[in-house]
Design a protein around this ligand. Structure first.
Ligand SMILES: NC(=O)c1ccc[n+]([C@@H]2O[C@H](COP(=O)([O-])OP(=O)(O)OC[C@H]3O[C@@H](n4cnc5c(N)ncnc54)[C@H](OP(=O)(O)O)[C@@H]3O)[C@@H](O)[C@H]2O)c1
Length: 245
């Protein structure tokens, strides 16, 4: 299969592209920057969709970037980076003489656990120093997924004809934030008892964005399991051990 991956240069995209190539698929990325194996968004808009059987969009400004203030300009960037790239892909698909058979968008997934990126890359230093712990009360749910499983679910959705509709990209074993902190401490062999107060989270991320970390949701991947996807990391402990090893 020839797969086009918007935002495929990122944390999840790199792992997805590697998995797809390993399974014999041909992958072309869409990026803001030109480079080998990619086209730019401008090229996509100007020249149309390259021949492909499936398209995925992962492009988007990182909403939890702790280095960016949650002001109007950043909020617009977060939104437009997703909407504009999705619109560009949708337009190109509509104009294509042979549109792809599969089209996957990634929006609501759990915190993605993988090496060298994502939210966990910001947590590792304090936890390694023994300064980690639950965020806020720690009672909020903290949906998570191992990056290999997110790439696996996306690949499964592309390869299996029967997979349609919305799939929750989370692991089946739900955890509260306190349980997550405990499991990360155990994986690192460090205590994880120092809570991060809500006021600090609100000061760093802004009150509105802090809600994402302070008020979690319990998410169950019922449809994902029903499609026959088999998780490599259904449980939190082994997933974290693999990431920090
Ligand atoms: N990582 C997670 O824990 C997590 C959790 C839930 C949902 N997600 C969602 O999954 C998707 C992929 O996540 P990720 O962690 O792989 O993201 P990422 O590495 O932060 O970014 C993916 C790619 O998006 C492109 N991008 C960044 N800012 C952009 C902008 N302003 N305009 C256009 N393109 C931009 C970049 O590609 P170029 O520089 O090549 O253009 C980047 O490589 C995102 O939509 C994210 O919201 C991720």
């Amino acid at each position: 299969m020839r797969v086009l991956v918007g935002g495929g240069t990122g944390f999840i995209g790199k792992v997805l592209a590697q998995l797809l190539r390993g399974r014999g698929h041909e992958v072309t990325l869409v990026s803001r920057q030109p480079g080998p194996g990619r086209i730019t968004w401008d090229e996509l808009a100007a020249s149309g969709l390259p021949e492909c059987d499936a398209a995925v969009n992962l492009a988007g400004e990182n909403i939890l970037n702790p280095l960016r203030r949650w002001n109007e300009a950043f909020q617009k960037e977060v939104l437009s980076s997703r909407l504009e790239t999705t619109q560009m892909l949708a337009k190109a698909i509509m104009k294509a003489p042979q549109p792809p058979q599969a089209w996957v968008l990634v929006t609501g997934v759990g915190v993605v656990l993988g090496r060298g990126g994502g939210a966990i890359s910001h947590m590792l230093l304090p936890f390694r120093l023994g300064l980690g712990g639950p965020i806020g009360s720690g009672h909020q749910f903290f949906p998570w997924i191992h990056i290999g499983d997110l790439a696996g679910i996306l690949t499964h959705a592309l390869e299996a004809n029967h997979v349609q509709g919305v799939l929750n990209g989370v692991a089946p074993a739900s955890a509260t934030n306190a349980e997550f902190a405990q499991a990360l401490g155990t994986a690192l062999g460090r205590p994880a008892l120092i809570p991060l107060p809500s006021t600090v989270v609100q000061a760093v991320f802004g009150r509105e964005r802090a809600i994402m970390l302070l008020e979690g949701q319990k998410v169950i991947p019922r449809r994902t399991l029903a499609t026959g996807y088999q998780y490599a990391f259904p449980e939190l402990g082994p997933a974290l051990k693999e990431v920090v090893s």
